[in-house]
Design a protein around this ligand. Sequence first.
Ligand SMILES: Nc1ncnc2c1ncn2[C@@H]1O[C@H](COP(=O)(O)OP(=O)(O)OP(=O)(O)O)[C@@H](O)[C@H]1O
Length: 290
Amino acid sequence: MTTASPEARPAGGEAGAPAPVLAVEGLEVRYGRGRRGRSALRGVSLSVAPGETVGVIGETGSGKSTLARAVLGLVRASAGSIRVGGEEVTGYGNRRWRALRRRGIVQYVFQDPLRSLDPDLTIEDSLSEPLLIQGVERTEAVERARAFLDRVHLSAELLGRLPGELSGGQRQRVAVARALVTEPALVILDEPVSALDSANRVQVLEILKELRAAGTSLVFISHDLGSIAGTADRIAVLYRGELVEVGSARDVINHPRHVYTRLLVGSAPTLHARTADRSEREALRARLAG
Ligand SMILES: Nc1ncnc2c1ncn2[C@@H]1O[C@H](COP(=O)(O)OP(=O)(O)OP(=O)(O)O)[C@@H](O)[C@H]1O
């Protein structure tokens, strides 16, 4: 990270500190080639310790989904390195990435649960599939999958249904359960609550807090600081492809350092931090544009 402040917690790997489940160093991602190519991420460095929830916040186009896709092997890094669960994965080709995903070490939840769920598989099949792929025997896979329904506050009655027969909120909770069944070291959540109405949003955020309390490492990506503020241990602020600030959630919200972070915090009326009035926000926008 070239312009960011130092991270609030050690990245791990030093004597006594646990090795991070995710370590991204100097990550660059470009889309397209040559003159027509454009840079989506520049010099991004971020680590996630075991059991830690890191929120990544940024406006549309700042590179949040690109970061998620790079960590899942869905787009390639042009420079820098990515280590997942201690494994250097940067140079992996499609086959090795597929194998890594199959091992269930890193899982994901996207904004649209229909992208995370096969529309033709019943909920029971969707939940047991990741375990079957790992070679778990069917009866045990189904039993383990059912056990995860409780974790996401869903009733077993839904197991025989297809994703299209559930509400948006129920579908997203199934997507979260599917991401958890392999007990991954890391779950990447890309705008997991953005498509939900406020009641479902609150429920899914509660579930994420419970996962955090249970020690699952999460990267929670959102454009909404209000959603991230109560869930993340640390917050990383992405602005135009660069991480401009990383710190404890409390520090970032109460003492934002970068102008963009101050604008974000000042525009979030649900936070307890002082919101900026209109003229202050305009002054901050002018400084960003300048
Ligand atoms: N497949 C692609 N080809 C070319 N450019 C892309 C591609 N995907 C994203 N980009 C560009 O990369 C930049 C970062 O996009 P990205 O989707 O990561 O942003 P984001 O922060 O997730 O935005 P949003 O909140 O709108 O989803 C944007 O300028 C976008 O136009």
